[in-house]
Design a protein around this ligand. Structure first.
Ligand SMILES: *[C@@H]1O[C@H](CO)[C@@H](O)[C@H](O)[C@H]1NC(C)=O
Length: 297
């Protein structure tokens, strides 16, 4: 085989499993992580904090939403795969405790500036698990307002944007906004302002899709849209919440989180009783190819 052909084939194989962080016309890349690094290593500590245990110091127990797993920084739960993907894997250990992983960006300043636009995106393959085996699985890609870090008691007023949440191996993903007060308020807590969407082309489970939010402050009313593979399925404006609640969320910086929880109010509520069950299988991973934040130039 000619050397050039070999290189081409290698390059093709490489792009099938991982994509470069794409450029976006009219935007600059503010921050991103391609999760390149040696197999088995943790995500770059310059970019990420690894959450450990069952709560923040002085935060609510079970991370505030009834999750049952312990987060660890063990490579079985959290690692770079070595091909440019981050892998988060829930496991059940020898004493029947669930373990998993959750990371959050060091930076807390992601926002659309006044008059500008911002996109937050990630290319993610959800765990390939469904039915009884998936009960309690709760992978998520989301943001929280900067004031949450170090406080941990001010949710949902700080604002939470769920770019992608999946529960119980559902054939799709939710996008949601949480804000204001709990219960009730402008975001109708505890449910938030949420919408479910099936991934275009192939199932969200076991296939890579690009999950994005776009925040547009370049005209009034200001808006947020949720999309998968560029197909918009959820849209809210500052009029839906009122300008004061909107500004408390979107005129502040946010940080980004990636995790796979096991159990908790959202999967329990949909199942109608507590999760996980004996049928829930450990070891089904979420893969994240890249995370990116773009701001309009
Ligand atoms: C299982 O995980 C829990 C929570 O992290 C831990 O307390 C326990 O010691 C672990 N058991 C074993 C056998 O590793």
């Amino acid at each position: 085989m000619r050397y050039q052909t070999l290189l081409l084939l290698l390059a093709m194989g490489f792009t099938l499993t991982r994509a470069e962080i794409p450029k976006m016309r009219g935007y600059t890349l503010t921050w991103g992580d391609d999760f390149l690094g040696s197999a088995g290593s943790l995500p770059d500590p310059k970019n990420w904090i690894v959450d450990i245990g069952t709560q923040y110091p002085n935060g609510p127990p079970q991370w505030g939403n009834g999750e049952v797993q312990h987060y660890t920084d063990n490579s079985e739960n959290l690692k770079l795969v070595g091909d440019g993907n981050l892998q988060i894997t829930p496991l059940k250990n020898a004493t029947n405790a669930w373990t998993s992983a959750r990371i959050e960006s060091q930076r807390t300043d992601f926002q659309a500036r006044s008059g500008g636009r911002m996109r937050i995106s990630a290319r993610i393959k959800l765990p390939d698990v469904q039915g009884d085996q998936a009960l309690g699985y709760w992978p998520a890609f989301w943001t929280l307002g900067d004031a949450y870090r170090g406080n941990y008691q001010n949710w949902p007023a700080v604002g939470e944007v769920d770019v992608m949440e999946n529960i119980n191996g559902a054939d799709g993903a939710w996008g949601a906004l949480h804000c204001g007060v709990h219960p009730g308020g402008p975001c109708k807590e505890p449910n938030g302002l949420a919408k479910f969407n099936q991934c275009p082309g192939t199932s969200c489970r076991g296939n890579f899709h690009v999950y994005s939010i776009d925040i547009d402050r370049s005209y009034r009313p200001e808006t947020i849209t949720w999309s998968v593979d560029e197909q918009v399925y959820h849209h809210l404006t500052e009029k839906n919440l009122g300008v004061a609640a909107w500004a408390k969320i979107f005129h502040h910086g946010h940080f980004i989180l990636l995790n796979v929880a096991i159990g908790g109010y959202f999967p329990n509520g949909h199942h109608g009783s507590p999760t996980p069950l004996e049928s829930t299988v450990p070891g089904k991973s979420m893969l994240v190819d890249y995370v990116a934040v773009y701001n309009s130039v």
